[in-house]
Every structure is written in structure tokens, then in C-alpha cells.
Design a protein around this ligand. Structure first.
Ligand SMILES: [Zn+2]
Length: 257
């Protein structure tokens, strides 16, 4: 992530800042915390709290893709599974939001479908409601044994297995997102969808013990939900190559602590 105080100190215009190649940006390093917050420090000692404005499923997918690049294939498969589950929650939530169901009612209803199978049922019903057809579960069902073996038997999958799962997961998520948002959605901090689903700074204040976070805007990601120019385009393999290329710029690792 870029260090905002270092960027400010460079005295660039908005345009210069916007056009700055990512590899030249001053970087800041930190762990990703619960709620999409990152507690970071740059080489100059600037400490920042970032709230990453992405839906949880997108953060999970990104972390899983980084795990593939870093050869943690077990973590990749587990993370992709979590991303898909978070996505189903997002989908149900978005469909209910469109039906003017308020968030308190949703939170109450959600207590009933925390279990994965119940959540799946809610998702399938919402999909039928919106798309007027049943969701084909077969592509992802193909990975049920892999998921179970990895989660419950301690199996370590191969890179090919993790990539295969990632390819299908991304194609499924992109297909479902395009069904919900047929044209690129221009996210702004005032849009309904942004407010409902993003891990915006104001919503994660609790994670930081009430301290304010700097809100980090849209980042180019594997799913690319907040990137209208590439909306719904690209394959898992192509996007993974881009991620590998920019890996050190966007997600520098901290080294020795
Ligand atoms: Zn700095």
C-alpha cells in the first residue's frame, strides 16, 4: 500500500499522484487485520491505519491468490472457500437490500443461516428470485472433496489444484456479479452499494479501538469489483500474472520484524 504522508510530502498534484507508477510509490507495510483494516508503518516511520474499501469476499480472494503465489496452497484453498461463502452472504444481503429489507431485519435473519448449508439455501433462493433460473452448483461442487480433505484431513493440495479451484471460483463469482450488476458500477463513497458492503473506515472504528482509519480507495484486485474499466473481464490466470507482477508494490512483505 502507498504511504499517504510520504506521498503528501512529495507535493504532487492530484494528476501526478494519479499517474504515478505503482512501483515508484512510497510503500508502507503491515498485517491485514479483521474487518479489512491494516495497521502499517513505512520506512520513514509514518504509522497509518488503513480501512480497505473492498467487500470481504474480495479481500479473501485476494489473500488466497497471494497464498498461491507464495506456495501456501492449503491456505489458498481454505481462503477461496471462505471467499465464496462471504460472497454468498454479500449476494443475499444485496438482494434483500434491493427489496428494501433493513439491515436490522437482515442481521436477525442471518442468525438462522450462519451454517454453510443454510447460507447456501438462502443464496440459491435469492439467485432464483433475481435471475429467474436455478443456480448451477455443479462447477463448484466438483471441489467439494478437495475442500473437505484440505479443511478436515489436513491434506496439502498442489498448486495446480489450487489454481484450478481459483479459476472456477473466479468465473463463478464474475458470472454472478455480472448478473447482479450488468454494467460496470461506479462506486462512490455515497452510493448505496458502497455504504452497504464496503469495509469503509467508519464501520471498522471498533477494530481500531475507536481510532480513525485512513480510508483506502479501490485497489486493482483479482476480482476487480471496484474497477469499472476492466469489469467482468480477464481470466484467473491473466489476473494472477498481473498480481505476480505488482505483488511487491501492492503487498510488500515486512521482512524481519
Ligand atoms: Zn511514509
Amino acid at each position: 500500500m502507498p504511504c499517504i504522508p510520504c506521498l503528501d510530502a512529495m507535493g504532487l498534484s492530484d494528476q501526478q499522484r494519479h499517474e504515478m507508477p505503482v512501483e515508484l510509490m512510497p510503500k508502507t507495510v503491515g498485517d491485514l487485520l479483521d474487518g479489512g483494516v491494516s495497521d502499517t508503518r513505512c520506512e520513514q516511520g509514518h504509522e497509518e491505519k488503513f480501512a480497505i474499501n473492498l467487500p470481504l469476499f474480495e479481500i479473501m480472494f485476494e489473500a488466497s491468490s497471494l497464498a498461491i503465489l507464495d506456495s501456501y496452497q492449503r491456505e489458498a484453498v481454505l481462503g477461496l472457500t471462505t471467499s465464496i461463502e462471504c460472497f454468498r452472504e454479500f449476494y443475499v444481503c444485496e438482494v434483500l437490500r434491493r427489496l428494501s429489507v433493513d439491515t436490522d431485519t437482515y442481521a436477525e435473519a442471518r442468525k438462522g443461516f450462519k451454517l454453510a448449508e443454510r447460507q447456501m439455501g438462502a443464496f440459491l433462493a435469492c439467485h432464483a428470485l433475481v435471475m429467474k433460473k436455478a443456480f448451477d452448483t455443479r462447477p463448484l461442487d466438483r471441489f467439494a472433496k478437495l475442500r473437505n480433505d484440505v479443511a478436515h484431513e489436513g491434506r496439502i493440495p498442489t498448486r495446480d489444484e489450487a489454481i484450478d479451484y481459483g479459476r472456477v471460483a473466479l468465473a463463478e463469482l464474475h458470472g454472478l456479479l455480472l448478473g447482479l450488476f450488468p454494467s460496470p458500477y461506479e462506486f462512490t463513497s455515497t452510493s448505496d452499494i458502497f455504504r452497504a458492503h464496503m469495509t469503509a473506515a467508519s464501520r471498522v472504528a471498533g477494530v481500531l479501538g475507536g481510532r480513525k482509519a485512513t480510508s483506502l480507495g479501490m485497489m486493482p484486485t483479482m476480482i476487480g469489483f471496484g474497477a469499472p474499466s476492466t469489469w467482468g473481464q480477464g481470466t484467473f490466470d491473466g489476473r494472477l500474472k498481473v498480481l505476480a507482477k505488482h505483488r511487491q508494490s501492492f503487498y510488500p512483505v515486512g521482512g524481519e520484524q
